[in-house]
Design a protein around this ligand. Structure first.
Ligand code: SF4
Length: 329
């Protein structure tokens, strides 16, 4: 288990699970449980980014929402700035809300098309009592839009008047408006063209440098995650199967799933071309996960009698490097 003891961490997540009960049968029996997130632990320090990577449906977005308490976790604990927020009521959470923000994948879906950019951003300022006059509000919004690479005049326009990349800048401005310390970026660049992705990623990294922000950066694209993160956590069927410093990804990743994801990243340098490890089959259902190691039906080095029977626990291979695989060493 990755230690989540209180310390210099901004966020410490310990043993977090998020289970959903699915339709119960006769007399309430026979219902199944979807284990979207299962016993996950990690920490994030101030000014650092933890990249969370995995195929769609592995539970990473549910995890992102759970740590912000947009969902109520089934088990485990979340400490933010030293405060245990796991069981706080929504009222008790309110003062902390502005310190923890989220940027969504689809900025168009998360921006009301009928509301101008100014109203969208001003609402966040007003809810948290951050401005005292209309003049102060206009000044702050102009500075905010400039900060995310838009012109101040953009505040008078509506979401449909912007491109996908510009809308994502507005989504980032909305998150920044309330001066957060921590942002969950949930597939924040996944829907954008590659060149626009790079611009938004660079913006997020600049903001981190300037403001000391911490990110939980969620994506299915390991290349992007590798670029922005200090540490990377690889998720499979609701569990973290490997967590390691970003620098170790290229040569020291030990979990076969991490190695397969890594081998799928296109390498432009012909001297570095690597063998692609093909994963067969789809991700199994988290309602009926495979026995033993959940990855065993797709694992190229699976050992029968061990991997299909006993679930590997997450163990520390080196400082900051944890892996859940019987054969990794
Ligand atoms: Fe593969 Fe076995 Fe390791 Fe799971 S525990 S990743 S099945 S080798």
């Amino acid at each position: 288990r990755v230690s989540a003891a209180a310390g210099s961490e901004l966020l410490a997540v310990d043993g977090l699970s998020m289970h959903f009960a699915l339709g119960r049968g006769w007399l309430g029996k026979g219902g199944k449980t979807l284990r979207a997130v299962d016993d996950v632990s990690f920490t994030i320090k101030p000014g650092e980014t933890l990249g969370l990577v995995g195929e769609s449906g592995c539970g990473k977005s549910t995890l992102g929402r759970s740590v912000l308490r947009l969902l109520d976790p089934t088990a485990g604990s979340i400490r933010f700035e030293g405060t245990d927020i796991t069981r706080l009521s929504q009222r008790e959470l309110r003062p902390l809300r502005r310190r923890m923000q989220i940027v969504f994948q689809d900025p168009y879906g998360s921006l009301n098309p009928r509301i101008s950019v100014r109203s969208t951003l001003a609402e966040a300022l007003r809810v948290h009592g951050l401005v005292k006059s209309a003049g102060e509000e206009a000044d702050r919004l102009a500075a905010l839009l400039t900060r995310v690479g838009l012109r101040p005049e953009a505040m008078h326009r509506y979401p449909h008047e912007f491109s996908g990349g510009q809308r994502q800048r507005i989504g980032i401005a909305r998150a920044l408006a309330v001066e957060p310390r921590f942002i969950v970026a949930d597939e924040a660049v996944s829907a954008l063209d590659v060149s626009i992705q790079a611009q938004i990623v660079n913006l997020l990294m600049d903001l981190q440098d300037d403001l000391g922000l911490s990110y939980l950066f969620i994506a299915h694209d390991l290349k992007v995650v590798e670029h922005v993160s200090h540490h990377v956590a690889v998720m499979y069927l609701g569990r973290i199967v490997e967590q390691l410093p970003k620098e170790k990804l290229e040569h020291d990743a030990r979990h076969p799933y991490t190695q397969a994801l890594r081998s799928a990243v296109p390498e432009l340098d012909p001297h570095k071309r690597r063998l692609r490890i093909l994963l067969h089959g789809d991700v199994p259902s988290p309602v009926d996960p495979p026995s033993g190691c959940a990855f065993h039906p797709r694992c190229p080095i699976m050992q029968r009698g061990l991997c299909d029977v006993t679930r590997p626990s997450l163990r520390e291979l080196a400082p900051g490097h944890h892996v859940a695989c019987h054969l990794a060493g």
